[in-house]
Design a binder for this molecule. Sequence first.
Ligand SMILES: Cc1cc2nc3c(=O)[nH]c(=O)nc-3n(C[C@H](O)[C@H](O)[C@H](O)COP(=O)(O)OP(=O)(O)OC[C@H]3O[C@@H](n4cnc5c(N)ncnc54)[C@H](O)[C@@H]3O)c2cc1C
Length: 439
Amino acid sequence: MDKAMATTRIVIVGGGFGGLAAAKALRNTPAQIHLIDRANHHLFQPLLYQVATAALTPSQIATPIRTILRRQKNTTVILGEVTGVDKESKCVFVTNVDREGVPIPYDYLILATGATHSYFGHNDFAKYAPGMKSLADAVASRNKILQAFEQAEAEEDPSRHRDLLTFILVGAGPTGVELAGALAVLVRTTLKSEFRRIDPASARIVLVDRGPRVLSSFSEKLSQAAKQRLENLGVEVRLGHSVDEIDADGIMVEGERIASKTVIWTAGVAPSPAGGWLKAETDRTGRVRIQRDLSVPGHPEIFVVGDTASFEENGKPLPGVAQVAMQQGRHAAKLIHSRVVGKLPPGPFSYFDKGTMAVVGKGFAILQSGKIQVSGFGAWVAWATVHLQFLATSSLRLTVFLQWIWTYVTGQRGSRLIVDHHGSEPGLTPKRTVVKPAA
Ligand SMILES: Cc1cc2nc3c(=O)[nH]c(=O)nc-3n(C[C@H](O)[C@H](O)[C@H](O)COP(=O)(O)OP(=O)(O)OC[C@H]3O[C@@H](n4cnc5c(N)ncnc54)[C@H](O)[C@@H]3O)c2cc1C
């Protein structure tokens, strides 16, 4: 790259699916690119549930962004949290470990800051029902699940086993369904012969959703196939019921109390606060409304892509999935590249839907692509192939592939360690005093 030419500064915020795709697509652009992320790694979120159920280790689904872009000499990776944007002076403000609000100037800006979970106004649920958005979330859920079995094994009073071995998942979208299926397989295979006082296979797994069906973004037929499969695996599916309360001892759903020590939130999502930083128009859920070229109205130099953007096609908003984020990231990059080198810009963005999949337990998935609707082992092979292909590096593809084969054949899991990164949370599990029998 000609250093004298490289005076254009492109800032990308977020090294997830959208931001990373944009950065890679700018590899030959004569510009200085800064990619800023608050995490040092690119996370493959679709496999988070496998970390939560001990099938994979955290390092098998995440890679340092710096490693992925190591050969891309025009790109600098910065670890820091963006807290705001000044559209007039064209800079973003970054806070990192020892400095606050450091301005980083841009000529072009791509915001790809994704989404987080939403408790639909019940933020008090977060304390008892962790979400599933980051590696820390998945490890926290794994700890909770494995800890419940350990606690039950150590508990002499069998009447307490039921609560300890009841697992509740709130939200029957892809995350809830995939997690429920994987949990059912974990308790009935891997853990089967390892405990003496309890029978892990007796664990109760309850999947609750206020909607009328599981995986509502799929066709009715596939959604029914997924529900049937979950029930065959022993999962209790409760649809059309809202969760009214969650506390340390369980949930209240439609007036009924379900006692449980492990509740995991797999329901709604809320976009990043990018709309607030830009003071731009947002949709009902808070995603930034963008134009056909993915830019923010009135600011042709600012683009928003992925889960934090609202883009309608054929009268319907595009879904919050990895393919949308990647295709939008590449499109924004292509448009910026054309402006930097003085070429004709690409036409308006158009999404190419390659189809969607969800896995339900061992060897079973559903797949929907246009008119194609399949479920079963064939769909599971397609799911495994596609997911392997989209992992960030060849070493991850290889280790995950080998781990899956090993788990498929032996039932053994990759990572069953209870590692408390968050520290113990006093108050969540109050200690009971055990009365000693008289000597
Ligand atoms: C559990 C789960 C399972 C999923 N399964 C599937 C699936 O099977 N198939 C599918 O297509 N999609 C799936 N999705 C959705 C998919 O992961 C998202 O649509 C996709 O990640 C969106 O890409 P993005 O670039 O918009 O955001 P992300 O990939 O979430 O990336 C956002 C990045 O921005 C960074 N960031 C956020 N805020 C800041 C800030 N203020 N400063 C600096 N950095 C910041 C984050 O650290 C992150 O790296 C799943 C999501 C989850 C949570």
